[in-house]
Design a protein around this ligand. Structure first.
Ligand code: HEC
Ligand code: HEC
Ligand code: HEC
Ligand code: HEC
Ligand code: HEC
Length: 364
């Protein structure tokens, strides 16, 4: 396996508990946050006959329909993960991509299809946990309230983690979304506000959406970035990018995410006249030996658009070379799930893995 494909080897994540006050009784109990598997269960859960993902889905049909189209649901079955896992079938991948399963073995078919299911985020011990508690109601069940479910902590167990390494070795983040968020000017805006917006159900009541839609969603991706200035000088297209309504770097998440900023000369009808150039916003890594026989991935560069901080608006000018004779040029900002090189190695068609976010023309 090439080092470029290697994500890691073994990883353990501590799921921090918290003492939660049970309102009715005045007692407290320890509740783990949502996070990687395995998640211990104590039956019966909240007095429910069927506290499986399928059971939750039967009663919470609208949320279930949203979740069914999400990458949480297809965390195991999506084409990219399936191919990456086939090259690197490590138990630790299963902890987050099939958190309902026992990571010591291959997940069952049902566990693969559940992906990150309802129980991974809402069942702790013998309780159904929600952002606010509630006593059991007719046709329902008791809900143990943990206010941390309305904060970034609810996401951090899976969305913030380090590269694995030999015991004792300090490794850098493989995904750093919570770190980026904590350092940004948007730290006080919880992930849920952007990723779980309030939506209205058929009955008129509102609930937080469980669609978690980003990939392929141009409107969502378009919120991430704005072009504040674009110009064409002799042989140079300059595009100034500024973070939009985003709570972390652009792109964030998976280590192989990237964004291409492209420019090339066009005629007045918009037809491409010649090759142009591309700037890439991405993190790069290389495997570095540690001790006698271990390899650890180390970040070499990070050219992504950082999130704005209180002291730095994080706006940046990207310069792209076009032929000196260019009178008119087209620029495009394209989000990519992975690099064309990696896509080719995994047998994925690049065209299906990218989304045009912003485009425009400049002339002189
Ligand atoms: C027998 C039907 C039924 C089953 C099964 C069921 N629920 Fe519920 N659930 C309800 C009803 C009814 C309510 C209260 C009304 C509402 O908020 O939808 C509720 C409330 C909740 C709430 C709190 C909503 C709020 O307003 O804060 C959460 C979270 C929740 N359920 C999650 C789950 C999960 C996770 C499962 C599976 C382990 C599950 N439920 C299984 C019927 C069910
Ligand atoms: C990735 C984690 C995650 C998964 C998977 C998940 N939920 Fe949730 N859910 C949350 C969080 C976080 C909240 C609370 C959001 C808030 O209040 O800020 C929530 C809220 C809820 C609520 C209360 C909604 C409201 O706004 O009144 C219900 C009911 C619920 N979830 C049911 C489900 C069911 C059923 C499933 C499976 C189909 C599911 N959830 C899957 C994280 C998750
Ligand atoms: C149990 C682990 C787990 C938890 C908890 C979790 N996620 Fe995820 N999330 C994942 C995995 C795994 C994926 C990637 C699935 C894939 O594409 O293979 C993912 C993907 C996503 C995506 C990408 C969707 C897309 O279309 O690109 C978003 C957005 C997201 N999660 C937001 C959240 C937020 C916000 C929270 C907290 C409320 C949260 N997640 C909690 C495991 C988790
Ligand atoms: C102010 C709004 C906002 C907040 C707050 C926010 N995000 Fe995002 N998020 C976005 C936008 C816009 C995108 C699309 C651009 C991108 O992919 O970087 C996105 C993308 C993502 C993705 C998809 C990455 C991918 O490539 O599939 C994940 C995962 C994610 N966010 C997780 C989180 C988590 C976890 C938090 C909280 C720590 C959070 N976000 C806070 C707006 C927000
Ligand atoms: C600590 C949790 C965690 C572990 C362990 C983990 N992942 Fe992930 N993985 C995630 C999250 C969260 C995302 C979503 C980030 C995003 O959307 O950008 C993700 C995204 C991915 C993606 C991109 C999926 C997509 O839809 O674009 C691939 C591929 C992937 N992981 C493969 C692996 C493999 C292979 C392993 C084991 C070697 C692994 N992951 C281990 C949490 C984890």
């Amino acid at each position: 396996m090439g080092s470029m494909l290697a994500r890691s080897a073994a990883l353990s994540i501590a799921t921090a508990g918290a003492l939660v006050m049970i309102a009715a009784s005045g007692r407290t109990r320890d509740v783990p946050l949502p996070g990687p598997g395995p998640r211990p269960r104590v039956e019966p859960i909240a007095g429910l006959d069927d506290a499986t993902d399928a059971g939750c889905e039967r009663c919470h049909a609208e949320i279930a329909a949203e979740q069914a189209g999400s990458l949480h649901r297809s965390a195991w079955t999506n084409d990219y993960f399936a191919r990456a896992y086939a090259l690197e079938p490590a138990p630790f991948c299963r902890k987050c991509h099939a958190p309902g399963a026992d990571p010591a073995r291959e997940p069952s078919l049902a566990e693969k299809h559940a992906g990150v299911g309802c129980t991974s985020c809402h069942v702790a011990g013998d309780a159904v946990v929600g952002a606010r508690g509630a006593a059991a109601r007719e046709g329902g069940h008791a809900v143990l309230g943990d206010p941390r479910l309305a904060t970034a902590a609810a996401c951090g167990g899976c969305h913030q983690f380090s590269f694995p390494g030999p015991p004792g070795a300090a490794t850098g983040p493989m995904q750093d979304t919570l770190g980026e968020h904590a350092r940004s000017i948007g730290a006080a805006t919880p992930c849920q506000q952007c990723h779980m917006p309030e939506v209205q159900g058929a009955g008129g009541a509102t609930h937080r959406s469980h669609a978690f839609q980003v990939q392929g969603d141009r409107a969502m991706l378009g919120r991430a970035v704005t072009v504040t200035r674009a110009s064409l000088d002799r042989g140079l297209v300059r595009v100034t990018l500024a973070p939009g309504a985003i709570g972390h770097a652009f792109p964030t998440g998976d280590l192989f995410r990237r964004v291409e900023v492209r420019a090339y000369p066009v005629d007045s009808a918009g037809r491409r006249l010649a090759a142009g150039s591309v700037a890439v916003l991405e993190r790069t890594f290389s495997a570095t030996p540690v001790g006698h026989d271990a390899l650890v991935q180390v970040e070499r560069s990070d050219t992504r658009l950082a999130a704005a901080t209180s002291s730095d608006p994080a706006s940046r000018e990207i310069t792209l070379v076009v032929p000196a004779t260019t009178r008119r040029a087209h620029y495009a900002i394209v989000w990519q799930r992975l690099s064309p090189t990696l896509a080719a190695r995994l047998g994925l068609t690049m065209h299906d893995q990218e989304t045009l976010v912003i485009e425009g023309d400049v002339s002189r």
